[in-house]
Ligand binder design. Sequence first.
Ligand code: AKB
Length: 332
Amino acid sequence: RQVTSDASFHSVSFSETDHPKVLITGGLGQLGVGLAKLLRMRYGKNNVILSDIRKPPNSVFHSGPFIYSDILDYKNLREIVVNNRITWLVHYSALLSAVGEANVALARSVNITGLHNILDIAAEHGLRLFVPSTIGAFGPTSPRNPTPDLCVQRPRTIYGVSKVHAELMGEYYHHRYGLDFRCLRYPGIISADSTPGGGTTDYAVQIFHDAIKTGKFECNLKPDTRLPMMYIDDCLRATLEVMEAPADTLSMRTYNINAMSFTPEELTRELQKQMPELEVSYEIDPVRQAIADSWPMNFDDSNARKDWGWKHDYDLPELVQTMLNYFREETR
Ligand code: AKB
């Protein structure tokens, strides 16, 4: 890899042969298509392969390589890695918090057994491996305001338990086998052109859809439930930056990243500045509320900022403006 200048991330260039060959699992979830787009602009269209067990929409199929991959099928995974000479693996397959509670056996299998396959494939083939963790890796006995990188982690969801397991296993493989494991704990991610599935922070995406479509929104969390959140562009850029960070800048292998923190009430107020007619009512989902009440309210990401220069671009007003612009453009 040739680094032509040290500061700006846009100035790092890769020679033809140095391009990473990237495989993204769980590629049809909330983040995969956006990450593929970002990485393809940087490394070339054919050097980034999206994968999933579902059939992609035509737009995804035509935008670059897509392949069937089942993370529970070790031989299928190995074949893909070998045949495509994969060097980086971004492992996005997972069941999120609320849907995981509704199907613990499946969440255990995808989030834990699937991860074991990914770790073994990555270690066996010398891959650089990114696995996202989450604010959900903390629990009611963690400090919640703010939550540092290193503290008590006793989550009460299968999702959280599986993510603590992923953090610890990745770090263990790093120390034991030299696996180049990199992990970010994501806040709730807000995106306009892709939807999350089965999370606790999903209300903060749904509110935009309903506000634009009907002018009304029924929120499943209490108005004062404070959670860390981030706009998708910041999340994808953080992922690219930590993957490109020189190993000697990483004092840890699992980092909190953050951008903002808000409650449903605060998000509503910000939206009402531009849509005064918006009506929000509350119908609390006890499962999601209990999960949210056990999660961080504010996330301390000072280590990411210090070690590899993490800096978010979007706070609450910019997030709301960007989301509304997108939907208004779409409905025009
Ligand atoms: C969820 O709500 O389950 C996810 C997360 C914060 O990890 N969005």
